[in-house]
Ligand binder design. Structure first.
Ligand code: NAP
Length: 241
């Protein structure tokens, strides 16, 4: 992916960090965006020490000004966008506060839309681009206790398909990855009972690894995936089929 520039949102840890490292290892210059500057700095150091190319950018996807600042600094160069930044705010719908609903929708869905809108014009002009949205299998299946999260991820899937249709004429592909249950800070927050309950439903019988999600992202970002658009790729060990 030499000559490609990839913005990864939420690159400070977890899946985003793994995607940034894998894209850099494939030759792309990585722009690593998130709010936690120290974690981004250590990621950039690690990539550079390994011979790759990376820069950090302070990015809060809930804040349009922050997205504007990122676009002003790097927007024209970006030809791969990995919309990965995401949060949970679990609770039964009956008791869910507006603030918890809104924070999750703003980050996961509106944030993805904002970042895609920010980078699509230069991609269209260059007639090459890749937008990869990190959704979730629960955006397809639903999940009790996650009305906000599942709605945001179902929204991301709808957004993926519409953008795929809007941008296809200029050779910009838009796809989603729907991870299942991956070992990150997000899933560490679950109690042991919930974890073993979810794991018992995974046909492959284990959690997904970060590198397995990153490999799917690298594939969809590659030239070889140029005829795939509007697709939702489940990387879930069979949790959702
Ligand atoms: P994680 O370890 O909690 O990381 C979340 C990342 O999102 C962090 O780097 C965080 O960076 C960033 N982020 C959160 N709010 C942000 C904001 N307002 N602006 C910019 N960045 C923000 O979670 P993860 O498990 O790696 O999740 C990554 C993505 O995969 C999410 O979209 C998640 O929904 C999805 N996913 C995860 C799983 C799983 O099992 N782990 C399954 C399906 C889907 P800062 O705090 O530094 O801003």
């Amino acid at each position: 992916m030499t000559n490609r520039v990839a913005l990864v949102t939420g690159a400070s840890q977890g899946i985003g960090r793994a995607c940034a490292k894998a894209l850099a290892a494939s030759g792309a210059r990585v722009i690593a965006g998130a709010r936690q500057a120290e974690k981004l700095a250590s990621l950039v150091d690690e990539i550079r020490e390994g011979g790759g190319s990376a820069d950090a950018v302070s990015l809060d996807v809930r804040d349009q000004q922050s997205v504007n600042a990122m676009t002003a600094a790097h927007g024209k160069a970006i030809n791969i966008l990995v919309n990965n930044a995401g949060i949970t705010g679990d609770g039964l719908a009956m008791r869910m506060r507006d603030a918890d609903w809104q924070r999750v929708i703003d980050t996961n869905l509106t944030g993805s839309f904002r970042c895609a809108r920010a980078v699509m014009r230069p991609m269209l002009r260059k007639r090459w681009g890749r937008i990869i949205n990190i959704a979730s299998v629960v955006g397809l299946s639903g999940n009790p206790g996650q009305a906000n999260y599942t709605a945001s991820k179902a929204g991301v899937i709808g957004l993926t398909k519409t953008l795929a249709l809007e941008l296809a004429g200029r050779n910009v592909t838009v796809n989603a990855i729907a991870p299942g249950f991956v070992a990150t800070a997000m899933t560490e927050a679950l109690d042991e009972t919930s974890r073993s309950k979810i794991l018992s439903r995974v046909p492959l019988g284990r959690m997904g690894r970060l590198d397995e999600i990153a490999a799917a992202v690298c594939f969809l970002a590659s030239d070889e995936a140029g005829y795939i658009t509007g697709h939702v790729l489940n990387v879930s060990g069979g949790l959702y089929m």
